[in-house]
Structures are given as structure tokens and as C-alpha cells.
Ligand binder design. Structure first.
Ligand code: ADP
Ligand code: TZD
Ligand code: MG
Length: 582
């Protein structure tokens, strides 16, 4: 300098927590972060974008989180969600718990306030002990305190999210960490790339022999394929296993399309028959949880008459509901390979009286349903509207179908066939509303494919503001709202006779299409199946954000869709309220 003093330049010499974190994510092949900005992570998002990551900003953290969870399912790598502290973190935590419950890898990175202040509960800006709050809802939870540990923390998060049964991992980033500096060269050396992220887990030979023996002895076998098998991304192996075994199979909802739903062994349309009559059930990446009535009750036939074989990567899943006669602990690809090898080339397919009985039932039920799917009424009922969507999905098989609601969910799941793996994103193991727009955004971003979101009007409301996000990123997402003016039905009454609407009904004939128009997308109304078909096809043609307000008969739905039996019953209601139905 002119005065002769020397300036120590730090440029190129030092790095900081912001950049080490970004570099650590990039080193582990992260391409996209789903986020909502704010203190202390606003600049982290800006710098990440500047460093070539795609940073998708949402309007609410829950939807950024659901996007990250869905990304984990679609890609078999942790989806990344980034939030601010306390309330932003809590908003994202719902999605992290959802990812853990669904066995999907996800990492929630939340900024947090000053440790010194938080830990003495002195009342900081957005004060919360986030690590403690996250722990019970996550597969693992870590906090990084020093810049030199960023590589370690990120590596632990990646390993925990994916290894064994996948799940959600929380990574706590105190704001002060981001500003910490360290030598650039040392910093780069401290970063780690996780090797063999989805490591194989090979089943023991004795377990394979035991499984083969049980499968061989079955006279009326059934296979149930769950979303763990879709997640595993060994589609050819699963298909080979199904076709070599020759068993009828039921796909759980997000396993639909792993084999095309029109596959001759698919028994979805004979679900009651196969669950009740089968003598051996082979579970592949599916849990015997509430979605399968825990493997018991009248729908499962006489208790104790079935044998169970199960493939799962999580040892403690075995025997969690029914006794498992032949547990195969390992990843699906390794287990399927071992079974196929042990079965050899002369595997005896199951007795044809069983497979033909199942096939006949499927054909009869499909034929019985067909005319209902051409129901051309206005307003539409669920079948008429879903008949259109079934046709469109058959003609556009790469489309990602997002689906939530009650009737809008249950009827869509059973009517609309899926033709390719991982093309259906829905409410998952918890059966939650609110996954819609986050899943739709992830579907579009992670695959580049057209997305079709079939949404109950209530379900849509949980994430509806994200239509702005969809318009902002100009994503090829077509939202169809099944608008029946409410939750389950739109014709509920206030049993007190008072003026407030019933607890389950919404504003009649709401103009949801205007929400999309407000942000520059296409918003239209469809009153009959022909209009619905035309508008969906126009949306696919243009690739523009589109919202179709599909008018559904408000009396068409059932209480709680297909799961009304889960509602607790009041012993006095029948006596007190004349309106209460049996
Ligand atoms: P669904 O709801 O479709 O029935 P679940 O979520 O209940 O499916 O079950 C998925 C199961 O798949 C979980 O028990 C999980 O541990 C298991 N799983 C996930 N990935 C793999 C894998 N790669 N190999 C084996 N099992 C897996
Ligand atoms: N909140 C959350 C997070 N998840 C839930 N599952 C619910 C509430 C309860 N719930 C259901 O289980 S379905 C549903 C709610 C509120 C909405 C059903 O109405 P819809 O669908 O308009 O989405 P249909 O077609 O009218 O049945
Ligand atoms: Mg509704």
C-alpha cells in the first residue's frame, strides 16, 4: 500500500462454514436443495445457488420437506431440505418424520440460534433446542459445532439416512458455524465422500434355503410388493422374481407400476379373495402394518392358517405383527438374486386352479367396473372423472401421478393403473394430507417428467399456496382438484341447527382455478368428463402449470373413503342425533 504497510489478503486462503457445507453436499452429489430462506440460512441458499446447486424456495417448510422426502424415494439418495430455526425447523420436522415413517432417506438441515443463549434459555431469536426435539422423530440427529467437522457431520448424515432401513436425518447448523473460517486447503481435506451409499446386504444361505422350502410348499401363494421394493430400484430383478415364481401379487399403493398394473399376475382387482384364501404370503419391501390390517382379522381368513415369508432390510421388522416363517434379511436386490439362483430353471409354478381362480375374479371385477368409468354425468362422480384419468395415464406412462384426499385417494388408487416404476407419489404410511404440492414439485424437478396431481379439495388446501412456487419455476404440473365442496362429502349439516357450516364442508362451488390464474398459470373449470379430458391433455401439451377445478357431485363420497371403519364409534350418538347414520 502507499503507506508501506502490508495487507494480509485472505482471499483464496480461507474458507468458511457456508462454503464447506456447500462443498460437502456437492461432494456427495447433491444437486437440489428444497428450502425456505431466513436467518441464519438466507446466504447459505444464495451461495449454494451461486455454486451451481439448484435451490428451490417454497412458501412453507412443510412442503419443501415433503419435496425432499419424495426426492429421497425417487432417487434412492437423501433429499435435502433447508430451513430456518424454531418454527421453520418445526414446519420441516413434520416432513422429516414422514420420511422416517416411510423409510425414505432425507436430510433436514436447519439453522439454529446461538448455543450459549439457547442452552441457558436466555430467550434468543427463535430459541429452541432443535436437536432434542428432532431426535425422537428422526432416524438420527446430529449437530455440527466446528467448521472442521462439517465433512464428518454431512458424511454421518448421508450414511445414516441411506444405510439399512432408510430414514430422515436431522442436521443442526448453529448460525455461528456458517461464519467460522478455516484454511481453504485444510478445509477441503476435511470433506468426505460417502462410499457405497446404498451398500448391499446379502441374506444368509440358510435363510434363502428356508424361504425356498416355504415358497415351494405353497398351494395358494400370494406376493405383496411394497414401496420398499420400488425404492430399491432393482425393477428387473423384482419382475424376474414375480414371473419366475408365478405367484399372483398385490402391489401396495406406491409399488403400483413396479410391474405394470395390467400384468396378468396382478391381483389388485381380486384383493379380498387373495388375502382371505391364500395359504402363503410373501412380503417384499412391505410391512404388515395397518395398511394390511396387521395380517389379521376376517379379511385375512382363518387365523394361523397362513405361512409368511418376508424380505426386509430391517431385521426388527420380522415378527412385528405375524410370525414370519422364513425371514430374509437383506436388500431386495441381493435377496431376489439369491432366490432366483436357488430356484434354478425348473421352478414349479403354483397350481393352476389357484392362479386361474384369481385371474377369473380379476377379469370379472374389471369388467364390472368398466361401465362405471364411462359415467358421463355432470357434476361428475369419482368413477366418471377417474375413468378419464385412467385413460390418460395409460397413454402417458411416464407421467408422475401425485394423489391425496380420502375418496379422491382411495378411488384413484384402485381405478388408475400405473405402468412404470416410481410413478405414483401419495400419502404414504401415515395417510397424511399435505404432501401434494411438495411431491408434485419434487416429481417435476427430479425426473423432468409431466406431473398430474389428483387432489381432494381438502387435501389440496394443505399445500395450495405452493401453486405460486409451481408457477415461479414454471413446472409441468397439472393439478386436478376433485371439488366436492368438502371433506369426504360436501353435503354435511350442522346438527345443532345453528348457522355455522358443518365441520366437514367448505365454501360451495369455490373457484380454485383463480388461485392458479393469480400467479400466471392456467386455471380452468371442468364440469364433465369430456371437459376434464380436454383440459388435462391441453396441460400436457403446453407443459404449463395448470389447475383444473373438477366439479364432483357433493354427495358422491363416503365418510373417510375406504377406511371409515377406523373411526371410533359413539354409543350415544344414535340416540342423541337423529342425523347419525348407522
Ligand atoms: P408399503 O407401505 O408399500 O407396504 P412399507 O413402507 O410398509 O411399504 O414397507 C417398506 C419396507 O421396505 C420397510 O420395512 C423397509 O425397511 C423396507 N426396505 C426399504 N428399502 C429396502 C431395500 N433396499 N431392501 C429391502 N427392504 C427395504
Ligand atoms: N390432517 C392431516 C395432516 N392428515 C389427515 N389425514 C387428516 C388431517 C384427516 N383427513 C383425512 O384422513 S382425509 C382428509 C382429511 C382432512 C380430507 C378428505 O377430503 P378431500 O377428499 O376433499 O381431500 P374427498 O374426495 O372429499 O374424500
Ligand atoms: Mg373433498
Amino acid at each position: 500500500m502507499a503507506d508501506g504497510t502490508e495487507t494480509v489478503t485472505t482471499e483464496g486462503v480461507l474458507t468458511d462454514g457456508f462454503h464447506l457445507l456447500i462443498d460437502a453436499l456437492k461432494l456427495n452429489n447433491v444437486e437440489t436443495i428444497y428450502n425456505v430462506p431466513g436467518i441464519p440460512i438466507t446466504d447459505l441458499g444464495r451461495y449454494a445457488q451461486a455454486q451451481g446447486l439448484r435451490v428451490i424456495s417454497f412458501r412453507h417448510e412443510q412442503h419443501a420437506g415433503y419435496a425432499a422426502a419424495a426426492a429421497g424415494f425417487l432417487t434412492k439418495r437423501p433429499g435435502i431440505c433447508m430451513t430456518v430455526s424454531a418454527p421453520g425447523f418445526l414446519n420441516g420436522l413434520t416432513a422429516l418424520a414422514h420420511a422416517t415413517t416411510n423409510c425414505w432417506p432425507m436430510i433436514l438441515i436447519s439453522g439454529s440460534s446461538e448455543r450459549e443463549v439457547v442452552d441457558l434459555q436466555r430467550g434468543d431469536y427463535e430459541e429452541m433446542d432443535q436437536l432434542a426435539v428432532a431426535r425422537p422423530h428422526a432416524k438420527a440427529a446430529y449437530r455440527i459445532l466446528h467448521a472442521k467437522d462439517i465433512g464428518l457431520g454431512v458424511a454421518r448424515a448421508f450414511r445414516a439416512a441411506t444405510t439399512g432401513r432408510p430414514g430422515g436425518v436431522y442436521l443442526d447448523i448453529p448460525g455461528a458455524l456458517l461464519g467460522q473460517v478455516m484454511d481453504e486447503v485444510e478445509g477441503q481435506k476435511s470433506l468426505r465422500q460417502v462410499v457405497d451409499l446404498n451398500a448391499a446386504s446379502v441374506p444368509a444361505a440358510a435363510a434363502v434355503d428356508r424361504a425356498i422350502a416355504v415358497l415351494k410348499s405353497a398351494r395358494k401363494p400370494l406376493m405383496i410388493i411394497g414401496k420398499g421394493a420400488a425404492y430399491a430400484q432393482c425393477d428387473d430383478k423384482v419382475r424376474a422374481l414375480v414371473e419366475t415364481l408365478g405367484f399372483p401379487y398385490l402391489p401396495m399403493s406406491m409399488a403400483k407400476g413396479l410391474l405394470p398394473d395390467a400384468h396378468p399376475q396382478c391381483a389388485s382387482a381380486a384383493r379380498s379373495l387373495v388375502l382371505k384364501e391364500s395359504d402363503c404370503v410373501f412380503l417384499v419391501g412391505a410391512r404388515l402394518n395397518w395398511l394390511l390390517s396387521h395380517g389379521e382379522g376376517p379379511g385375512w381368513g382363518e387365523a394361523g392358517t397362513k405361512k409368511f415369508v418376508q424380505i426386509d432390510i430391517e431385521p426388527t421388522e420380522m415378527d412385528s405383527n405375524q410370525p414370519i416363517d422364513a425371514p430374509l434379511i437383506g436388500d431386495i436386490e441381493s435377496c431376489a438374486s439369491a432366490l432366483l439362483e436357488a430356484m434354478g430353471s425348473d421352478w414349479q409354478k403354483p397350481p393352476s386352479d389357484w392362479t386361474e381362480a384369481v385371474r377369473t375374479k380379476v377379469t370379472t371385477n374389471v369388467e364390472r367396473m368398466a361401465p362405471k368409468l364411462r359415467n358421463n354425468t355432470s357434476p361428475m362422480n369419482y368413477q366418471g372423472a377417474l375413468g378419464v384419468i385412467k385413460d390418460i395415464m395409460a397413454a402417458h406412462q411416464d407421467t408422475i401421478l401425485v394423489n391425496e384426499g380420502a375418496n379422491a385417494l382411495d378411488q384413484c388408487r384402485s381405478i388408475v393403473d400405473i405402468h412404470k416404476p416410481r410413478k405414483r407419489l401419495d400419502v404414504g404410511t401415515w395417510g397424511i394430507m399435505g404432501i401434494g404440492m411438495g411431491s408434485a414439485v419434487a416429481g417435476a424437478i427430479e425426473t423432468g417428467n409431466q406431473v398430474l396431481a389428483v387432489e381432494g379439495d381438502s387435501a389440496f388446501g394443505f399445500s395450495g399456496m405452493e401453486v405460486e412456487t409451481i408457477c415461479r419455476y414454471d413446472l409441468p404440473i397439472c393439478i386436478v382438484i376433485f371439488n366436492n365442496n368438502g371433506i369426504y362429502r360436501g353435503d354435511g349439516e350442522n346438527w345443532s341447527g345453528g348457522e355455522d357450516p358443518s365441520t366437514t364442508v367448505f365454501v360451495k362451488d369455490a373457484k380454485y382455478e383463480l388461485m392458479m390464474q393469480a400467479f400466471g398459470g392456467v386455471g380452468v373449470r371442468a364440469e364433465n368428463p369430456d371437459e376434464l379430458r380436454r383440459e388435462i391433455l391441453a396441460a400436457f401439451e403446453s407443459g404449463k402449470p395448470t389447475l383444473i377445478n373438477a366439479v364432483i357431485d357433493e354427495a358422491a363420497g363416503r365418510e373417510s373413503g375406504n377406511i371409515g371403519n377406523l373411526n371410533p364409534q359413539s354409543v350415544v350418538a344414535q340416540r342423541i342425533y337423529p342425523q347419525a347414520k348407522k
